[in-house]
Design a protein around this ligand. Structure first.
Ligand SMILES: NC(=O)c1ccc[n+]([C@@H]2O[C@H](COP(=O)([O-])OP(=O)(O)OC[C@H]3O[C@@H](n4cnc5c(N)ncnc54)[C@H](OP(=O)(O)O)[C@@H]3O)[C@@H](O)[C@H]2O)c1
Length: 315
């Protein structure tokens, strides 16, 4: 039995690695984005760091929106050394509506316009505690926080003469998600384990609904989401050493994982509903799972998010 199990694990790992490498696509275009104001949340490490670095290299005025300012300044120094470009560091804690409001006010006052917003920050902490806004922490950091941030920044995104872009980083794990009771703590082990998938489903439904809303009001904003692949990042920092070693071997690097976010931020796409509200992976459009295409789900999530973020006025 034991040798069979080892063979199965090796076979599984090899086919996973081969499949990931086979499907992975790098974004090779050299398009530059001089002076475009870009916000990348969770940009101090992982996929967000690589995204911010590349967009700075392409001439963007990149703002690292991070909860830990020490880590963010270290990241800014690394980007400056690697690209020769300065980036801006600002505090943003998505687990706090007050922090999101302060960040948005600061951006509106100091920048006045935003061309590209990348909602990249995310957590998979399996922590069932509530935030100061009385929401489950994973649900707030991964969905309600980015929802509020996006809504507060929409007015300055509409100001830009060229098409502005919103990119939400989701995950293929949305396949296991549901958006029922997203604002409630998980009652049992299974419900708690599912919160990450629920929030990643929410990222896609939000993308689709927001794309329709901005299109119907003729706002010049393109909204898309992407799955970065399975990427070895700090997201797995609490795993045992042997698991981390295996993941590092099998998964993509953060630079590889950043390619689709970068593609969506800079690639020239004709504005319109056929290029907005879409799900991308490996730098091309893909079809998400059925729950992410359900308009009823999208409407229910939209209503709940407005209630939680605005009607209940938690901030
Ligand atoms: N890695 C994968 O295989 C994978 C697969 C699919 C989707 N994704 C998605 O990719 C995105 C980036 O993840 P990653 O893999 O690059 O993970 P990561 O290396 O752990 O980066 C996550 C970033 O989010 C930040 N963050 C966490 N809580 C925050 C909060 N309350 N306020 C503001 N920022 C906060 C983290 O800050 P700290 O450093 O201070 O913790 C970090 O900068 C996430 O949305 C994730 O769901 C990842």
């Amino acid at each position: 039995m034991f040798p069979e199990l080892i063979c199965f694990i090796i076979f599984f790992m090899l086919s996973f690695v081969i499949n990931q490498k086979r499907l992975h696509k790098s974004f090779d275009s050299q398009i530059r984005i001089p002076n475009k104001v870009v916000i990348v949340t969770g940009a101090n490490t992982g996929i967000g760091f690589e995204t911010a670095k590349e967009l700075a290299r392409r001439g963007g005025r990149v703002i690292l929106a991070c909860r830990n300012l020490t880590k963010a300044h270290e990241a800014a120094t690394k980007i400056k050394l690697a690209t020769g470009h300065n980036v801006v560091v600002k505090h943003l804690d998505l687990a706090s509506f007050r922090s999101i409001l302060a960040f948005a006010k600061d951006i509106i006052k100091t920048e006045g316009r935003v061309h590209i917003l990348i909602n990249n920050a995310g957590t998979g902490v399996l922590d069932n505690s509530l935030t100061e806004d009385n929401l489950p922490i994973e649900a707030q950091v991964n969905h309600f926080g980015p929802f509020l941030l996006t809504m507060l920044l929409l007015p300055v995104m509409k100001n830009a003469p060229e098409t502005a872009r919103i990119i939400n980083v989701t995950s293929i794990l949305h396949v296991f998600g549901t958006v029922e009771n997203l604002d409630k703590q998980g009652k049992n082990f299974l419900e708690r384990r599912r919160v990450y998938a629920n929030t990643k489903l929410a990222n896609i439904l939000f993308t689709k609904k927001l794309a329709e809303e901005v299109f119907s009001t003729n706002d010049n904003i393109m909204v898309n989401c992407c799955h970065p692949g399975a990427v070895y990042t700090d997201m797995f920092r609490d795993q045992p050493r042997i698991v981390k070693w295996m993941l590092k071997l099998m998964f993509l690097t953060p630079k590889q994982g950043a390619q689709t976010s970068i593609f969506l931020a800079v690639q020239e796409l004709m504005p319109g509903l056929h290029t907005s509200g879409r799900y991308y992976t490996n730098c091309r459009e893909d079809q998400p799972f059925a729950a992410a295409m359900d308009r009823g789900n999208a409407q229910r999530l939209w209503d709940l998010s407005f209630k939680v973020c605005f009607a209940d006025r938690r901030w």
